[in-house]
Design a binder for this molecule. Structure first.
Ligand SMILES: Nc1ncnc2c1ncn2[C@@H]1O[C@H](COP(=O)(O)OP(=O)(O)OP(=O)(O)O)[C@@H](O)[C@H]1O
Ligand SMILES: [Mg+2]
Length: 435
């Protein structure tokens, strides 16, 4: 086999530059430390026609003068029915048990080349049983939902509940991608999925907090490669849950700093937009199957104008906003009902009744906010009868959207609630239009 060899000339964090001779290696190609096979480097660019810029994918220390070699291969991942029920790292290695994989093919990690995209997006609604989501930010096949909020407002709990509720319904494949979050949470999730008998139909990819920026940056692409294989070869729909997209962008920023790239808006990497578009593009549907995704987005310092948060928002069809002030009122899930929004609330998708109820509910909630100031001064009884009516209906609505989660049952002792979409619409209709 033909080996390319290169000699390390500089090391800056995970960025390793090496001088090569002979044929030019390609981006994505994997190199190994000559004296230590498992240590991997991935080519991310070529400088001055003879310097390879590589990413150290291992935790190992490396120094100037070390030799790295390549057989020309890119990273290959296992895919197919045999990966169901298993947990992988960014390289596609199992990290749950030593049990060997059966019934898998190995496929190269790559971005979606997007040749067979569906032109007619599906409009099938997937019921989540969670009232505030089904009403304000419907889950539609092949589309993207974001769960956005500051630290500890309930993004992970809501994501787990969604997985629990939608994965148990259908014949789809469920995929969970953990990026830069707590490793403990991923194992708790695995137990939750096992208890709910969904694990055997789930693939988990983890590049968590304890992993290097290179692995956190890479894990989404690896998972998406496998998801697309399942979509096109197994011809299955995939439900993809990503916790947390912000951590992916943050990892890209860490790498960018090591590459000495000048930062741009808000201190982020100049490639923020392309990083994110590629990430989102990799989660699209084809004529064989749909990839429906749920992505959590951490909001640093509760600042919704953060440039990374703003960019992610633009990519999503429905956005559930979780808010600290709602949580402080003891309302769970802590959904900010007025900030939560979706471009899918049109009659062609959600039907006439639903599409007409949403603006009515929003108007009542809006009115409630404007009346709150007055009520604080003069009391509810002093409002006009019309306004009292608004005020009471708004309170009923806010109360109605509170909901207990099945995945919290073990901790709270309160049974989870799954509400059928049509029941919800009728009940809301009653609150809004009832006498
Ligand atoms: N729907 C809920 N019902 C009851 N408790 C909840 C709910 N959502 C969140 N909590 C409580 O809040 C805690 C934090 O929630 P969670 O871990 O989901 O937040 P997060 O937004 O993912 O936080 P981080 O930004 O740290 O990832 C939970 O451990 C739980 O105690
Ligand atoms: Mg979380």
């Amino acid at each position: 086999m033909n080996h390319t060899q290169a000699k390390v000339v500089s090391v800056n964090g995970l960025i390793v530059r090496a001088e090569f001779e002979g044929g030019q290696p390609s981006v994505g190609q994997i190199f190994f430390l000559k004296d230590d096979e498992p240590t991997k480097f991935q080519v991310i660019g070529i400088e001055n026609s003879d310097i390879l810029v590589t990413l150290n994918l291992s935790e190992l220390n490396i120094k100037q003068g070390d030799l790295i070699v390549s057989t020309g291969e890119t990273l290959q991942l296992p895919a197919g029915d045999g990966v169901l029920g298993r947990v992988f790292n960014s390289f596609g290695q199992t990290i749950d048990s030593d049990e060997p994989l059966k019934n898998v093919s190995y496929i190269p990690v790559e971005d979606d080349n997007n040749t067979q995209l569906k032109t007619n997006p599906d409009t099938t609604i997937i019921e989540t049983g969670i009232k505030s989501i089904d009403f304000f930010a419907p889950f539609v096949k092949g589309r993207k939902i974001g769960i956005i909020g500051g630290a500890g407002v309930g993004k992970t709990v809501l994501t787990t509940e969604l997985m629990h509720n939608v994965a148990s319904q259908g014949k789809e494949i469920t995929m969970f991608v953990g990026i830069g979050e707590r490793i403990r949470e991923a194992y708790e999730l695995r137990n939750t999925l096992a208890d709910a008998k969904i694990l055997q139909n789930t693939i988990m990819y983890l590049g968590q907090m304890n992993d290097s920026a290179a692995l956190r940056h890479m894990v989404g692409r690896s998972a998406a490669t496998v998801a697309r294989y399942m979509r096109d070869n197994s011809k299955k729909d995939v439900l993809m849950f990503v916790d947390n997209v912000y951590r992916f962008l943050q990892a890209g920023n860490e790498l960018s700093t090591m590459l000495d790239a000048a930062s741009s808006e808000g201190g982020y990497q100049p490639t923020l937009f392309t990083d994110l578009s590629r990430f989102e593009q990799n989660l699209s549907s084809s004529k064989y199957g749909a990839i429906t995704s749920v992505q959590t987005i951490f909001v640093p310092a509760d600042d919704m104008s953060d440039p990374a948060v703003v960019e992610v928002n633009k990519q999503l069809d429905s956005i559930i906003v979780l808010s600290r002030s709602v949580m402080e009122q003891g309302i769970m899930p802590a959904v900010d009902l007025l900030a939560t929004n979706s471009s899918l609330l049109i009659p062609e998708i959600v039907g006439k009744q639903h599409a007409s109820l949403v603006p009515q509910v929003q108007a009542i909630l809006q009115k409630y906010i404007s009346l709150q100031g007055i009520v604080a001064i003069i009391g509810q009884a002093e409002l006009s009868l019309v306004d009292q009516n608004y005020y009471r209906r708004a309170q009923e609505l806010i109360n109605y959207f509170k909901q207990s989660m099945s995945v919290m049952e073990k901790r709270t002792g309160i049974a989870g609630e799954f509400v059928k979409r049509q029941d919800m619409l009728n009940e809301i209709d009653h609150i809004v239009n009832g006498v």
